[in-house]
Design a binder for this molecule. Structure first.
Ligand SMILES: *[C@@H]1O[C@H](CO)[C@@H](O)[C@H](O)[C@H]1NC(C)=O
Ligand SMILES: *[C@@H]1O[C@H](CO)[C@@H](O)[C@H](O)[C@H]1NC(C)=O
Length: 287
């Protein structure tokens, strides 16, 4: 794998230089640059050593991503990289995992991309160190607060994947009624029960941002406060599935995320329970 990564260095360097001529800021779209350990649960899915989708660590053997990411892919050419910030420079905590099986949710519809969820089973265990490589719990979204989406996606519409992990703040859009649109998506193209509609938000301590191409499969993460310990628990609530265009602050940039809580029975049946984190170990500094 390392050699594939190195071959890509030159290519990516040239491309990011070219991209730099056209954009003032390397970004998810807007947003900010991730710091070490900020998102220990995020995964990069690679094909022949090249990043093409995001994901998150469900447990030491399983990673969650979008079905649209892995549909039609051959598992021999795929890897899952965790503990990484840069797609081209080897990171200290990086682990490159081989793929054992690809499990697309049986109800996935590739036409409208509803139920866009998949589980990747690895051939070996990811080693957790809690600080830089860790799993993340998931649950139902809080519709009233913002969260972060992070990934190595493009920095502009039609652009290539980014070298560095980036993130942006997004907020869920309120459910109005069953016929409501999600940005430019019609009610037939998303579903308030099984998806979350969210767009970039500027009203937080974090810079607003929108996911872009190659951010598909990346998690949408919100902070929840543990009532017993008052600690903040970063929690995955969605997986970026689609938007009409990679942009910032426009209707087309409002994005559809697969709502994770809906898939609880399938996660359980396919990948089993998530690891249990003891209260003592809970950090609450994972972002
Ligand atoms: C998939 O989505 C398309 C477009 O909305 C729809 O026409 C089709 O019936 C769906 N397929 C299934 C199996 O539900
Ligand atoms: C929306 O998703 C839910 C849960 O998967 C499903 O029961 C419902 O039929 C869907 N609604 C539409 C209009 O497709």
């Amino acid at each position: 794998m390392e050699s594939k990564k190195l071959v890509f260095v030159l290519y990516a360097t040239v491309l990011s230089y070219v991209a730099g001529l056209y954009t003032s800021n390397d970004r998810i779209i807007n947003g900010g640059l991730a710091s070490p350990g900020q998102f220990p649960y995020v995964a990069s899915i690679t094909e022949n050593g090249r990043h093409f989708c995001g994901g998150f660590i469900y447990s030491s053997r399983w990673v969650v991503t979008a079905a649209s990411c892995i549909e039609g892919k051959s598992l021999n050419v795929l890897n899952v990289v965790v503990g990484q910030l840069s797609t081209i420079n080897p990171d200290v905590n990086e682990q490159t995992m081989n793929v054992y099986t690809l499990n697309i949710f049986p109800g996935y519809n590739s036409t409208n991309k509803l139920n866009d969820i998949a589980l990747i089973r690895l051939t070996a265990d990811i080693q957790f160190d809690e600080a830089n490589v860790d799993f993340i719990v998931y649950k139902e979204a809080n519709g009233l607060t913002f969260g972060l989406v992070m990934g190595w996606g493009a920095t502009f519409e039609g652009g290539l994947e980014s070298v560095n992990l980036r993130y942006g703040a997004v907020s869920p859009y309120p459910v109005v009624d069953a016929s409501s649109k999600c940005g430019d998506f019609l009610s037939t193209e998303f579903n308030f029960t099984s998806t979350i509609c969210a767009g970039a938000t500027a009203a937080t301590a974090y810079p607003g941002g929108s996911p872009c191409q190659y951010d598909e499969g990346s998690p949408f993460v919100q902070d929840f406060v543990d009532p017993d310990t008052s600690k903040v628990i970063p929690t995955a609530v969605g997986i970026f599935s689609k938007n009409k265009m990679c942009a910032y602050g426009t209707l087309e940039a409002i994005s559809v995320y697969t709502r994770l809580s809906v898939f609880y029975p399938w996660f359980l049946a396919t990948a089993g329970e998530q690891p249990v984190r003891s209260k003592k170990d809970t950090k609450g500094t994972a972002r």
